[in-house]
Design a protein around this ligand. Structure first.
Ligand code: BTN
Length: 231
């Protein structure tokens, strides 16, 4: 797979989406810095130092439904980081946590023409060697202490783990997701599509979060955001 490497671009996801519209169906975009890094739910993503990458995947290569794409890639990223010797966990649905703080976010998007999905873009941002985070995220964000050599190893590790996870079945992916979840069994708050509080019980077959609400109702979250209650 061809790798397009930049020092700085606006956003590797935005770049990949532009290239899909020009006909590209395979490739990886990697940037050292992003001037307009994008996160989920219309947020920006702090992109000062780390691995900022986006991979183009066709629906033929990823055969599950799009809702499961972020979770599948989270498994690959988690494994790649663990191969570098760090113990990390997955905070549903798109964050990788290290020592209780977010070190990586994942943003999957589809590019469609009418009803047809042309391709998916999977964007991964891993914070590396950041000393000063902006005030609004410094309590919740962390970064991995890696030198240039280890950073390059991690990038190629992410690529090879994505290739591996794409050939696995759903049961294997789900079992890893459950094992690495930092959310299951915890009291959470949920926002966005639905708002409330409850206990995160399980993941369903599409990676949705099964929650027992405070009102004693069982619901499945498929989008939005959660936070773990610390009391
Ligand atoms: C999130 O935490 O909400 C998701 C963040 C995803 C960030 C990555 S960095 C590479 C790619 N390009 C972007 O603009 N966003 C993703």
């Amino acid at each position: 797979m061809k790798i397009y490497h930049y020092d700085t671009i606006d956003s590797t996801n935005a770049m990949a989406k532009r290239m899909i519209l020009e006909g590209m169906r395979e490739g990886v975009f990697l940037a050292e810095h992003q001037s307009a890094g994008r996160g989920r739910l219309g947020r920006s993503f702090f992109s000062e130092n780390g691995i900022f990458m986006s991979m183009i995947l066709t629906p033929e290569r990823f055969s599950f439904d799009q809702g499961f794409l972020t979770s599948t890639v989270a498994v690959a990223v988690c494994r790649a980081i663990e191969e570098q010797g760090f113990k990390v966990g997955i905070k549903w649905v798109n964050d990788i946590y290290f020592e209780g703080k977010k070190i990586c976010g994942i943003l999957s998007e589809a590019v469609s023409m009418g009803a047809e999905t042309l391709a998916y873009v999977v964007g991964i941002g891993i914070n590396i060697g950041i000393v000063d985070f902006p005030d609004d995220i410094k309590e919740i964000a962390a970064s991995l202490p890696l030198d240039e050599n280890a950073k390059e190893k991690l990038f190629f590790g992410v690529l090879s783990n994505i290739e591996c996870v794409l050939s696995e079945n759903k049961a294997t992916i789900l079992s890893y997701l459950k094992k690495k979840s930092v959310v299951l069994g915890k009291e959470i708050r949920f926002f966005g599509v639905k708002n409330g509080e409850g206990i995160a019980l399980d993941l369903d077959e599409n990676g949705g979060l099964v929650v027992q609400t405070k009102e004693n109702e069982k619901i499945v979250l498929t989008g939005g955001e959660i936070s773990i209650r610390t009391k």
